[in-house]
Design a protein around this ligand. Structure first.
Ligand SMILES: Cc1ncc(COP(=O)(O)O)c(C=O)c1O
Length: 411
């Protein structure tokens, strides 16, 4: 007789998040997540890098942290130091950098260091779902600042900071994705970055700069990082190799003053980020990153064009969007009657996955008829087919678009 299954439920402490759902595979037409273009993973270069670095330094794997200390593989930190100086104007040393397991771990470490239940932070009204959901889980109040075509609006930020101060509330940080904002795709110009820093200094609220899309700009013109423009050490900068090389590698980084970095390091309890990934990235990126990224970006831009064409063809004027300055997402507005949380369910049943707007916003009403589409992962054909299926589902559920490429909706 098989014994009754052991019941773990009575042992679980209070306050755990709900259980994870089992993964059921990617949808046939997947426009979700921050996945990248499979054709653009530099597989041959990574194979060469693996072989070269393992032959040269493989025996250092015997030591936790590759005998380079807990902040990460030194050659990777050196690559980043040079790259951040060249591309983002950041002047830092390898000791100012902490390599982490994707920038999601950076979000966790910053949050664990600074936040307690009941705290308040300032975020962009439309923002990264992974950041918003973490704040909800921590019981932190996220105040959303509206965006325009240059990112977070400074008039709204100024009045929110003044209002919070008047109510005796000191926000713990201002979280921004200034360079190719997720999900709206804008770039905050240098002048607005300076305004943001002025407000940060005036109110004594640090800036938390999440720059993981900064390599993927169509015209390659990246403004200086907010970190590089700060004068009082009140900026934390995070980045990632997920968008420029591959998300499954799980390698990101934090640049911060030692007073913050030392606190985060004390909380990083995994004895170091995967060493092989760090070694391969350093080996590959030092000679190849500068040529890989423009090629990747050209491919992404071509996919964006296919997506915009497909939306114009299938949805006509029912789908409104601004052309993003780079990245892997398009933020789309559908007519007001469309509820994208419902559209998400119906589309999934038809094999199309989308990210519904309310999950990417602090303003559920404003984002109700908006959605985010990732165009990096599907092929050009999948983009065209997937958008056609999405338009059919949307017409069936909400009566829009009233007319698509060749079918008129029944009244
Ligand atoms: C704004 C932003 N920050 C952080 C992340 C996390 O990326 P990763 O942990 O893969 O570096 C993402 C992923 O999509 C993102 O969009």
């Amino acid at each position: 007789m098989t014994p009754a299954q052991f019941d773990f439920a009575p042992l679980l402490p209070a306050g755990l998040p709900p259980p994870a759902a089992k993964w059921t595979g990617l949808a046939k037409f997947s426009f979700v997540g921050g996945n990248n273009d499979p054709e653009q993973v530099p597989v041959e270069g990574l194979i060469e890098a693996v072989e070269a670095v393992l032959r040269r330094e493989g025996r250092t794997l015997a030591t936790y942290g590759l005998a380079n200390g807990p902040q990460g593989y030194l050659r990777l930190r050196e690559f980043l130091r040079l790259k951040l100086k060249r591309d983002a104007g950041i002047d830092c040393s390898a000791d100012d950098l902490l390599i982490v397991s994707g920038s999601l771990q950076a979000l966790d470490l910053v949050n664990q260091t600074l936040l307690a239940r009941g705290d308040t932070v300032i975020v962009e009204q439309e923002s990264y779902q992974g950041a918003l959901s973490r704040l909800t889980r921590l019981g932190v109040n996220a105040v959303g600042i509206p965006l325009d075509h240059e990112g977070m609006r400074m008039d709204a930020l100024a009045s929110t900071l003044a209002d919070l101060k008047q109510r005796g509330i000191q926000p713990k940080y201002i979280y921004t994705i200034p360079t190719v904002q997720n999900p709206t795709g804008t770039i905050m110009p240098e002048a607005r970055r300076a305004e943001l820093l002025n407000l940060s200094e005036t109110y004594g609220v640090p800036v938390f700069e999440d720059d993981c899309y900064a390599d993927l700009i169509w015209d390659g013109r990246r403004p200086p990082a907010i970190y590089s423009m700060g004068r009082n050490g009140g900026v934390i900068h995070i980045g990632s190799f997920s968008k420029s090389i591959a998300p499954a590698l799980r390698v990101g980084f934090i640049v911060a003053p030692w007073a913050m970095l030392s606190r985060m390091l004390a909380l990083k309890s995994d004895a170091g980020t995967g060493a092989l990934e760090q070694m391969v990235l350093a080996e590959y990126c030092a000679p190849h990153f500068a040529t890989h990224v423009p090629k990747l970006t050209r491919g992404l831009r071509a996919k964006l064009d296919t997506l915009m064409e497909a939306l114009n063809e299938q949805f006509g004027t029912a789908a409104e969007f601004e052309i993003p300055a780079g990245g892997i997402f398009l933020w789309v507005k559908l007519p007001d009657q469309v509820d994208t949380l419902k559209l998400y369910q119906a589309a999934l049943a038809a094999g199309v996955s989308i990210n519904p707007g309310p999950e990417w916003s602090t303003d559920k009403a404003h984002s109700k008829s908006r959605l985010r589409l990732c165009f990096a992962n599907p092929s050009h054909d999948q983009i065209r087919e997937g958008v056609a299926v999405l338009a059919d589902v949307c017409r069936r559920e909400f009566g829009v678009p009233t007319r698509s490429a060749n079918v008129e909706a029944r009244a």
